[in-house]
Design a protein around this ligand. Structure first.
Ligand code: SF4
Ligand code: SF4
Length: 412
């Protein structure tokens, strides 16, 4: 039995958890037919689809649409999703509150609530306790099931050590306010190894893994380090923002010709389902249809077959011919002069993938719908955003490129 058949069987097997080679973390047997797939973590079953609260539905004025969010949480819970992932920084600081509000009517033991310590904004040791207590209050809970040190890169890792974050979180574990402790990582495999070596009680790790980043951002190396350390992996950015749900026309055609019923996003999730050791995959679902499609994918989740892998790789090769910007729309790059970096990159990428004859006009119209004060030409090249971007994008240079292209299209 080759590795892929083994994994496939571990997900599809009718009963019994399967011991993964060299690792005590187990991928569970599937849920009963017609329900969402789960992984087994310690003594709990965790839904393989995690409800990511970094991108919640919003109203026309940009605030969180609480009513729609509650409906989506209800649909998620009814479908068997039991992992809800928020963070202090998400949605301009409003995500934790919205999720606390949406989840408060459910039995607290029926779901896993996850949030993160925003080490990037710590200025003194006392901030750690203050923020943690604020998070409990925002989420209307007395404990977090999974808790992460957020967005570790070189700078944030230094802050973690400087402000004694780990000893404080250990104390919270002893007091029952945290069940499981991990971290999310946004840097090199070398730093990932250093963080794992520094503290031997990490219980899980959150990594950015998807088919594009597997090679491009050394995702494979990071995955292998986590596996060697026996750390269950929470996948973030499985769709690389929404890029893997919105492939260009040529790539979409390749996938549709092979399977007209499968959404583009489902291919990305099913590619990930072929990896061992995945605890859950986070998906930020801004519309009910995203949630419905994901529920369909994760119900009786199947890894891609070898033939499907080839089709997927062919489609991605066609997609990568477009020169898109690798922005995941996380919005960590808050700009002091108000340039709307994520929206600009998103519009530019849509333009790159668009194959309609009027795509230039469409791009111009959408771009000009952005407030003038937030457009690319307002960038003063201070470079602050570059230090915050987990994708290490050269944002000022990319903004200049978008501005140049926009002006060229206008002049035609
Ligand atoms: S480099 Fe430009 S976009 Fe980035 S923070 Fe400075 S002004 Fe804003
Ligand atoms: S430019 Fe970087 S930090 Fe900003 S939204 Fe995109 S990926 Fe996130």
């Amino acid at each position: 039995m080759n590795r892929r058949e083994f994994i496939k069987n571990s997900i599809l097997a009718a009963s019994g958890a399967v011991l993964l080679s060299g690792c005590t973390f187990k991928t569970s047997s599937p849920s009963p037919a017609g329900t969402i797939a789960t992984s087994k973590f310690k003594n709990i079953a965790v839904s393989m689809l995690g409800f990511g609260a970094m991108r919640l539905p919003t109203t026309a004025n940009g605030t969180i649409d609480d009513s729609l969010n509650k409906k989506m949480v209800e649909t998620a819970i009814n479908a068997g999703i039991n992992y809800f992932d928020t963070a202090y920084m998400y949605m301009g600081g409003k995500s934790e509150e919205a999720m606390g509000d949406a989840l408060k009517k459910y039995d607290r033991n029926s779901f896993n609530l996850t949030t993160k310590m925003p080490v990037m904004i710590l200025e003194k040791e006392e901030d750690v306790e203050r923020i943690f207590n604020e998070q409990l209050e925002r989420c209307q809970t007395d404990h977090f099931d999974f808790y992460l040190v957020h967005c570790l890169n070189k700078h944030n890792w230094e802050n973690t050590k400087k402000y004694n974050v780990i000893p404080f979180l250990e104390k919270m574990k002893k007091e029952g306010k945290i069940k499981y402790l991990g971290f999310s990582h946004h840097d090199t495999p070398e730093l990932l190894q250093e963080i794992i070596d520094y503290y031997d009680k990490w219980e899980f790790v959150q990594l950015q893994i998807n088919r594009i980043d597997w090679k491009a951002c050394r995702g494979k190396e990071q995955y292998e380090i986590a596996r060697k350390a026996n750390l269950p992996i929470v996948i973030m950015e499985p769709l690389r923002g929404s890029a893997l749900a919105n492939l260009n026309a040529e790539a979409t055609k390749i996938l549709r010709d092979y399977n007209p019923d499968a959404s583009t996003a489902s291919w990305a999730f099913r590619w990930l389902a072929g990896l061992d050791g995945i605890l859950t995959m986070l998906s930020g679902m801004t519309k009910p249809e995203h949630l419905e499609d994901n529920i369909k994918t994760f119900t009786n989740l199947k890894p891609l077959s070898e033939e499907e892998q080839k089709v997927y790789d062919k489609a991605l090769a066609a997609h990568m011919k477009s020169q898109a910007i690798g922005c995941t729309a996380c919005r960590y790059c808050e700009c002091p002069v108000g340039v709307d970096i994520a929206s600009i990159f998103s519009l530019y990428n849509q333009y790159q993938y668009d194959d309609r004859s009027n795509k230039a006009m469409s791009f111009i119209n959408h771009y000009e719908a952005l407030k003038e004060s937030t457009r690319a030409d307002k960038c003063i090249k201070c470079g602050l955003c570059k230090t915050k971007c987990p994708q290490q994008l050269d944002i000022p240079t990319l903004l200049a490129k978008v501005d140049k292209e926009y002006k060229a299209l206008k002049s035609v």
